[in-house]
Each structure stands twice: as structure tokens, then as C-alpha cells.
Design a protein around this ligand. Structure first.
Ligand code: SF4
Length: 486
């Protein structure tokens, strides 16, 4: 029989919690179970006048609105607040009643400006600490990569840094974006064209893909410039020394490899062999650097000595002596006929590069598994952030705004991981049945719903509940082997 529904329903009358109207598996409900922002008010108190002025928006409510937007893929404040006006789940998640007035969208912008990017870094860092406490991140095996984020500017905003007359006098100049000068023109292997962009550098934990650190730079900055800072940031957040770091081939440069060796971190980086030299001359790898005595020995056993001082990146020119090269039998294949002696440019830590190349040539199943995991985890995080949480394009202009966006997006991804782990732990505990002690940790449901759907506030409580009945759930390990190293 055909059903019929009248469309002139009367005014909604509702008593109880909005939570009862939202499905238990809604992403905001799942994230709310693991989200704890009770610390935030103290952290941002210094941004507000004490005891005077109009009361501002509750800091927790503001961050919850921003997180809800990113979780649902609504990245623009104006659209978010329009959606929140009619979306019961967002209202409940942010702590607003059904008929309560919501803040104006511009208030969220002012809060971002007032707090600065560092407060949002704290929100992100707390999610990492929660993931570490819940056991879904360890910080021992870290995948590092970077990704370009298209700046929120039009092509018409791209201009030359100097006037044409200056350019004529000084040669070609660097293009600069007038509306977002921090967004430099950049491209990647997969990008089709050069675009004004920022670059997000991301460190992801190997256990369950928790984002351990994000840093945002201008798009043209090389991937490797930020690596050491990320090692320090990850170490500071997880308080665990990094054991293994995986990176792609663009990170296989001497200073990165030397930094990894100095920190005792095993590098899993595909350091490709040296490209064959032009015109079949003797390749650089045949020249042996003696870093201790600052000399290089050539294939004929002669000594090349430093010429000039090393540049700021640590590269040093070494030159052979003309009297050594002129009678040498290898001269014809050592350098071009227009030169009188061989000169090479080596980094002071060149042996680290040679060791990495040798290691890559001998990669076994363990290293290949780690590198496959790297591609899945870190590129997966970038794809997830861009596809589902609006990181494909910067929402606002300026490096600070971009950093805030990156921190909140990473926090959202971590909260999803945490919510999933908590849910799986809870399901595992429930599957065991009414074991002793398993029910006494459950919070009474304020809405009278079943205990399985009640609002448990922290993952630690849920994991403790699971462990209380002898379970250490690791649902992400069941489908594929972990790649956390040996
Ligand atoms: S040409 Fe000079 S640098 Fe080259 S192998 Fe001979 S002595 Fe060494």
C-alpha cells in the first residue's frame, strides 16, 4: 500500500538531549567519545581581558565547531554556520541547543586571529598524545613526506616581484603572489602545472597512521629543509626516540642522511645510484673522500685538496694538481679536454650518501615492506586530508592561517583514528560479555539508551575497560601485517 506523509507538520516540540536524535555511528558522536577539550579554556585565557568586556564564545564550543566543519568536509566558516543552523549533529557536538543562536561566522575568523597558529598546534599535539596514550601510535617508526596545498588566490594575483625596468636591469626575477606572498609558485611530479601553493610536511606513525607532526612552509621550499625540525617535534610529542624513518627518494640527499645517522635513526630511503656522468668520464663514486684529513683520492691514487671554503650547505670543491693530471694515463676519461685538472664537488658528509646507496642496493623484504607502508600511510593521510577534509586548497590566505588549517585537519584525522580504536576496543570488550568489572566502567547513559551507545569520554577509559577483561584490541592488524619494523 502506498504510504502518505503530510508536509504541513507542526512546530517541533522536543524534550531531552539532542544526542537521542543522532545515530550512534555518526562521525561526530564517535569523535565526541574521545574528544576532551577541558584544558583549552586555561590555555587561551591570556587572549581575553579578565573580568571586563562582553563574554566571548566558549573556546571549546568554537573549536568544536571548527572540528565539526572539517570532519564533515565543510571548510568555509560561512557555510559551516549556515549548515550548523539546521544540522542537529553539529549543534549537539558544539554544545548548542535546538533553538539557541549560533555565533556569527566572522567570530570564528576573529578567534583564529586572536589565538594564533600555536594554540591550534596544541589542539593537534593533544590528539597525538591521546593516540600515544591509547597505544595506537608509538613514534618509533615514522613516515615523512610533503604535499602541496593550492593557495586560495587567483592567477591574476601573480605578479613579478619587481617592476619590468628593474627586471631589465637585474635579469629575471621571482614571481610573487600579491594577495598571499607566502604562497610561492611550485609544482610536484604529479601536478600538471606550476601553481601558487603552500607545502605541508607530514610525519605519520607506522602503527595506525596517526599524524605525529605537521609543518607548513611556502610551496617552493624543498622537502628536506624541515626534516630535522620534524624529528625534534615528533620526539618532543611522543617522548620516544625515533627508531626508523622512511622517506621517498627526494629526501635522499647527504645532509638528511647524515642527520639521520647522527641521531641514530635507521633510514629507509631509496637512495638511487649516482647518475652516469656526461661523456663517459670517471664518476664521482670512484673518488674516495677522507673526511678526517679533508682530502679526496682519485682512481690514480693522487690527492685532491679543498679549494675555497665550503658553502652554507656544506658542499666543498676539491681540485687535483695540474702536475698530477697532465701525465696521468686516465686523463682522457677523467675530465674534458678544455680543463687542465679534475675538480669535484662533494658534501662534507658524502660517505653517508654512499652508505645509503649501498644499503638501498641491498634492500630486503623488511625494507620493502616498510617502504610500501610509507606510501600507504603518509600518502594516504595526504589523500584523506585533501579528499575528505578540504586540504586540497587553502581556506584562507597567509602562512599562519594555513598552519591553523593544517593543525586542525591533522587533529581531525587523529580523532577519527582514536574514535575508531576506542569503538573497536569497546566492541571487543562487549563481545566478551559481562565479564567481571566490564560493566562498572560504563558511564550511565544520560538519555537512557543502551550502555553500548553511552557517551564514554576518553579512549583510555574504553581501552582500560577492554584491558580489564583481558583484551588488547588491534583491529587494524587483522587485515594486513603491521609494518612497525622488527
Ligand atoms: S687525471 Fe688527475 S684526477 Fe684524474 S685520475 Fe688522473 S691524476 Fe687523478
Amino acid at each position: 500500500m502506498l504510504g502518505r506523509r503530510a508536509r504541513d507538520q507542526g512546530e517541533l516540540v522536543f524534550a531531552g538531549s539532542l544526542r537521542e536524535l543522532i545515530p550512534g555511528d555518526h562521525v561526530l558522536v564517535r569523535v565526541d567519545r574521545v574528544l576532551d577539550l577541558g584544558w583549552l579554556r586555561t590555555e587561551v585565557a591570556d587572549c581575553y581581558a579578565a573580568g571586563s568586556g562582553r563574554p566571548g564564545i566558549d573556546p571549546e564550543a568554537a573549536v568544536r565547531l571548527m572540528l565539526a566543519g572539517l570532519l564533515l568536509g565543510i571548510v568555509h566558516d560561512r557555510r559551516l554556520m549556515r549548515e550548523a543552523a539546521v544540522n542537529i549533529a553539529i549543534r549537539w557536538f558544539a554544545g548548542y541547543g535546538l533553538t539557541e543562536a549560533l555565533p556569527d561566522h566572522s567570530s570564528l575568523t576573529r578567534i583564529r586571529q586572536r589565538w594564533g597558529a600555536e594554540r591550534f598546534r596544541l589542539v593537534f599535539t593533544r590528539t597525538v598524545e591521546a593516540c600515544v596514550a591509547a597505544g595506537i601510535a608509538k613514534g618509533e617508526v615514522v613516515h615523512i613526506d610533503s604535499s602541496l596545498v593550492r593557495a586560495d588566490v587567483s592567477w591574476e594575483a601573480i605578479a613579478r616581484k619587481h617592476a619590468d625596468a628593474v627586471e631589465a636591469a637585474n635579469g629575471p626575477t621571482e614571481p610573487v603572489c600579491r594577495t598571499a606572498p607566502d604562497a610561492s609558485l611550485a609544482t610536484s611530479n604529479r601536478a600538471r602545472r606550476v601553481e601558487p601553493a603552500y607545502k605541508q610536511h607530514t610525519a605519520v606513525d607506522a602503527e595506525a597512521g596517526v599524524v605525529l607532526d605537521v609543518a607548513v612552509t611556502t610551496g617552493a621550499q624543498h622537502d628536506t629543509r624541515n626534516v630535522e625540525g620534524q624529528f625534534d617535534a615528533v620526539r618532543a610529542t611522543t617522548r620516544v626516540p625515533i627508531r626508523i624513518a622512511t622517506m621517498d627518494a627526494s629526501y635522499a640527499i647527504t645532509c638528511v642522511l647524515a642527520a639521520l645517522e647522527a641521531r641514530g635513526i635507521e633510514a629507509v630511503i631509496p637512495a638511487k645510484a649516482e647518475r652516469p656522468p656526461k661523456r663517459g668520464t670517471i664518476p664521482e663514486r670512484r673518488f674516495k673522500l677522507d673526511a678526517k684529513h679533508r682530502i679526496v683520492r682519485c682512481p690514480a691514487g693522487k690527492v685532491l685538496r679543498p679549494h675555497g671554503v665550503p658553502d652554507s650547505d656544506g658542499f666543498q670543491h676539491y681540485r687535483a694538481r695540474i702536475p698530477d693530471c697532465e701525465p696521468c694515463c686516465l686523463r682522457a676519461i677523467c675530465f674534458s679536454t678544455t680543463m687542465r685538472r679534475r675538480a669535484i664537488l662533494l658534501h662534507k658528509d658524502h660517505p653517508a650518501l654512499l652508505r645509503a646507496r649501498r644499503k638501498y642496493a641491498g634492500w630486503g623484504p623488511r625494507e620493502r615492506t616498510l617502504y610500501r607502508c610509507h606510501r600507504r600511510q603518509v600518502e594516504g593521510v595526504h589523500g584523506e586530508a585533501k579528499t575528505w577534509h578540504g586540504l586540497a586548497r587553502a581556506i584562507r590566505r597567509g602562512l599562519a592561517n594555513m598552519q591553523s588549517q593544517a593543525f586542525l585537519t591533522a587533529a581531525v584525522i587523529n580523532l577519527k583514528r582514536l574514535a575508531r580504536a576506542a569503538m573497536m576496543a569497546l566492541l571487543a570488550a562487549l563481545a566478551v560479555g559481562a565479564a567481571p568489572g566490564s560493566t562498572q566502567h560504563r558511564h550511565p547513559s544520560p538519555t537512557g539508551s543502551s550502555p553500548a551507545r553511552c557517551a564514554i569520554q576518553t579512549p583510555a577509559a574504553i581501552l582500560q575497560q577492554a584491558q580489564g577483561v583481558g583484551i588488547t584490541p588491534r583491529p587494524w592488524n587483522t587485515a594486513a601485517p603491521r609494518c612497525g619494523g622488527p
